[in-house]
Design a binder for this molecule. Structure first.
Ligand SMILES: NCc1[nH]cc(CCC(=O)O)c1CC(=O)O
Length: 309
């Protein structure tokens, strides 16, 4: 049997898709796994800040159409870029084991968050990152940085460029073999990651054949964690442009610890909430995320989210 995986054209997307191709091939000796590259709106428009382009699914609409038409069977996404609501007829059929979920600083002079000079310029297009940076360092000057990961790294390392540092996900850099440009891995206390960061989501038609093929590459522990994180985001209105962070981790005692944050975009306020859940049923993860969002709303998250729209 042959299946076709669709991918965006970026280096990162291709790497991630090749990884899933390998995983599927290793799980099914008799399966032929082909890859086809699809250009999305988000790949074409590189000069507009992402929060302004707005619209959920900027990087996903074309792939969804190809899934529906049957031109492809699977679409591999960075889970954090995937809207929390499944489009009609489609489902995240598997979530493979997560990579490191943290954010990092890339700085041409090797600065850490603590050693960045007063009023330093930091590049990020993410409101979640900007807000958390400003919460700790209100002096920082945050400016936009767009482009693929290698483009952003080049901009960060350019001596003529405006950036003293930029923030990126460690997972993306590692996948592209660029760990050596990292000047600091930010702790979750310093920078709570985006819901689902470092994990892949494999989208497919909601049909038994598609799901069966994916079953062996699904990672339960990752799925429990990211399901809780994404449920938190979904209950707060979803979208990758809101200043919301969430991180769940399985503890040695088997319980999952879920931390969520909602920030004012200017960093003037940061609400942090925390809960625990047991990992025996995925419903527990969904419930924990939802319940944590209610806790955040009780603590005043609503106006912060409205202000960020
Ligand atoms: N928003 C773009 C994006 N989508 C996924 C990754 C990296 C992999 C991941 O975070 O899971 C990145 C780059 C980044 O945020 O630095």
């Amino acid at each position: 049997m042959t299946v076709v995986i669709g991918t965006r054209g970026s280096q990162l997307a291709r790497w991630q898709t090749n990884r899933v191709q390998e995983l599927l091939q290793a799980a099914h000796a008799d399966l032929q796994v082909e890859v086809t590259v699809i250009t999305t709106q988000g790949d074409r428009v590189l000069d507009t800040p992402l929060p302004l382009l707005g619209g959920k699914g900027l990087f996903t609409a074309e792939l969804e159409a190809e899934l529906h038409s049957g031109a492809i069977d699977y679409a591999v996404h960075s889970l954090k870029d995937l809207p929390t609501d499944d489009p009609d007829g489609l489902i995240v059929g598997a979530i493979p084991e997560r990579a490191i979920p943290f954010d990092v600083l890339v700085s041409r002079k090797g600065h850490t968050l603590d050693t960045l000079p007063e009023k330093a310029t930091v590049g990020t297009s993410s409101r979640r990152r900007a807000a958390q940076l400003l919460h700790q360092r209100p002096d920082l000057h945050i400016i936009d940085v767009r482009g693929n990961i290698d483009t952003r790294v080049k901009k960060a390392l350019d001596d003529e460029g405006p950036y003293d540092a930029i923030v990126l996900a460690q997972a993306g850099l590692s996948r592209l073999g660029m760990d050596d440009v990292i000047s600091e891995v930010l702790s979750p206390q310093q920078m709570l990651p985006a819901p689902g960061q470092g994990a892949l989501g494999i989208q497919c038609r909601n049909e038994p054949e598609s799901l069966q093929t994916l079953a062996p590459i699904h990672h339960l522990e990752t799925a429990m964690a990211v399901t809780a994180e994404r449920a938190f985001l979904a209950a707060l209105g979803g979208g990758c442009s809101v200043p919301v962070a969430a991180y769940a981790l399985k503890q040695p005692n088997g319980m999952y610890d879920l931390i969520g944050r909602v920030c004012a975009v200017d960093g003037s306020m940061l609400i942090e909430v925390e809960t625990k859940f047991t990992g025996d049923r995925i419903e527990n993860a969904l419930h924990a995320g939802k319940e944590l969002a209610e806790q955040a709303i009780d603590r005043g998250a609503g106006p912060l989210l409205e202000a960020a729209e």
